[in-house]
Design a protein around this ligand. Structure first.
Ligand code: UD1
Ligand code: CA
Length: 434
């Protein structure tokens, strides 16, 4: 049995350097917030407990994280740090919330969203064997603003110095602190008790707790991040833009490796948490939002926008200038041109004509549209939701189908407002003409 694992995610900082009013950890990165991205990396490690330390706009941050990762993490809890007094103070507050927990404590920063599960797993493995702590380090091209790793002449770890506290020589060190640590809970508790705010910012630094172990003669093993992009933190909107590029590249690469044909990766945006089956083709200038599920052999784009909750079953096609939101397209169904599908369920092999709109919003509420199998929606149809079309039904070009309409099987509705087209009675026989 491996030791129990607790995760502490620090997310109480204000994020002054972003200059935006939104809490920094809620900035969006390919469909997930920064903090949710960081937490997503710990989910496969199955921690017994996860504590998120919050303060600034804590209600919004908590609600957002609860929705994003609440169902994937056992015992997710939020604690208020009060006025943030540094990363060490934040961990003190989290440890108090962990009570008598004994095991490994993985500390991650909510503003470092590019970390991977593999790296965290390796970091944890490095701590086993009696050392109090293992630290993740990296050699990024740009070390600006980061804590430097201090080593003695034999190369042994001795401490971490924040850039603003560095001498000129120390600032020249190219190995930096990534902001991820795995601690033994008991050693961490002891080290936190001794923290002092004697630095340029007057804060309690978690990094001083790590230095404490080295001072006591313990070995502090370090793991160098194999890929320095993993440790890129986000302190400004420039950092966010750079992080997005890295995350997007990773996502596209993964789909390409899974057999998804992405015609132009440079113009394709696919969020985190999208599933796409092999043999599907994603054409240029397409945006696919988090939570979309695309089957095998589908085609999307060019210039298509699939938003959250959209499902394409095998062989479905979404073409130019089509937006779909929370819409299910059955197997082989097609919407190829200039269409909005919102809250719609479309059966297999149905064809949605050019310019179709599901008018799903009445100004107060969203309503569903249900279209059966083998239906044909004529060009320029507006389906005012809620509306249902039974299997095999059709609308004529330009039909405006009023709210609450229900087209029966194989019926044809036309006009404004749309009415059922009555099949013409056979012409009455009049005698004597022939
Ligand atoms: C921190 C590290 C630095 C490292 C860098 C990596 C410290 C003292 N410094 O610096 O060595 O190179 O990360 O990205 O740890 N937070 C709280 N409560 C607080 C203060 C911060 O929850 O009182 C949270 C922030 O919201 C943020 C994270 O902790 O998510 C890191 O804080 P930040 O101020 O960004 O630290 P850096 O200056 O980046
Ligand atoms: Ca930071």
């Amino acid at each position: 049995m491996s030791r129990p694992l607790a995760v502490i995610c620090l997310a109480a900082g204000l994020g002054k350097r972003t200059k935006v009013s939104m809490p920094k950890v809620l900035l969006p990165l390919c469909g997930r917030t920064l903090a949710a991205s960081a937490l997503a990396a710990v989910v496969p490690l199955q921690p017994e407990r996860t504590i998120v330390v919050l303060h600034h706009q804590k209600d919004v941050v908590q609600a957002s994280l609860q929705t994003a990762v609440g169902s994937t993490l056992r015992e997710l809890r939020f604690v208020d740090q009060g006025a943030p007094k540094g990363t060490g103070h934040a961990v003190q507050v989290a440890m108090a919330a962990l009570g008598t927990f004994v095991g490994d404590v993985l500390v991650i920063y909510g503003d470092c969203p590019l970390i991977t599960t593999d790296t965290l797993r390796e970091l944890r493995a490095l701590r086993t064997g009696g050392v109090p702590c293992a630290v993740l380090t990296a050699y990024p091209e740009d070390t600006t603003g980061l804590g430097r790793i201090l080593r003695d002449d034999d190369g042994r770890f001795v401490g971490i110095r924040e850039e603003r506290d560095c001498s000129d020589d120390e600032r020249a060190i190219d190995e930096i602190n990534a902001g991820f640590y795995c601690f033994d809970s008991e050693s961490l508790r002891a080290a936190l008790r001794g923290l002092q705010p004697n630095n340029n910012q007057g804060e309690y630094y978690l990094t001083d707790a790590v230095a404490h172990f080295a001072r006591q003669g313990s070995e502090v093993p370090t793991l160098e991040a194999a890929d320095p992009t993993e440790i890129q933190g986000v302190n400004s909107l420039v950092d966010l833009a750079n992080a997005r590029v890295v995350m997007q590249e990773r996502i596209l690469l993964q789909h390409l490796q899974n057999g998804v044909l992405i015609a132009d990766p440079g113009s394709t945006w696919i969020d985190q948490g999208v599933q796409i089956g092999a043999d599907s083709r994603i054409l240029p200038c397409t945006v696919i939002g988090t939570g979309c599920v695309i089957g095998r052999n589908c085609e999307v784009g060019p210039f298509a926008h699939l938003r959250g909750g959209t499902v394409l079953e095998d062989g479905a096609e979404i073409g130019n200038f089509v937006e779909a939101k929370k819409t299910v397209m059955g197997a082989g169904a097609k919407a190829k041109h200039l269409t909005y599908l919102g809250d719609a369920t479309i059966g297999s092999r149905s064809n949605i004509g050019a310019g179709t709109i599901t008018a799903n919003y009445d100004g107060a509420h969203k309503h569903p549209t249900t279209i059966g199998d083998g239906c044909f929606v004529g060009s320029g149809t507006v389906l005012v939701a809620p509306t249902t079309m039974a299997n095999g039904s059709m609308t004529g070009a330009g039909a405006i189908v009023k709210r609450g309409s229900a087209l029966g099987e194989n019926e044809v509705w036309v006009g404004v407002p749309a009415r059922r087209l009555k099949l013409r009675e056979p012409a009455p026989k009049r005698g004597g003409h022939a």
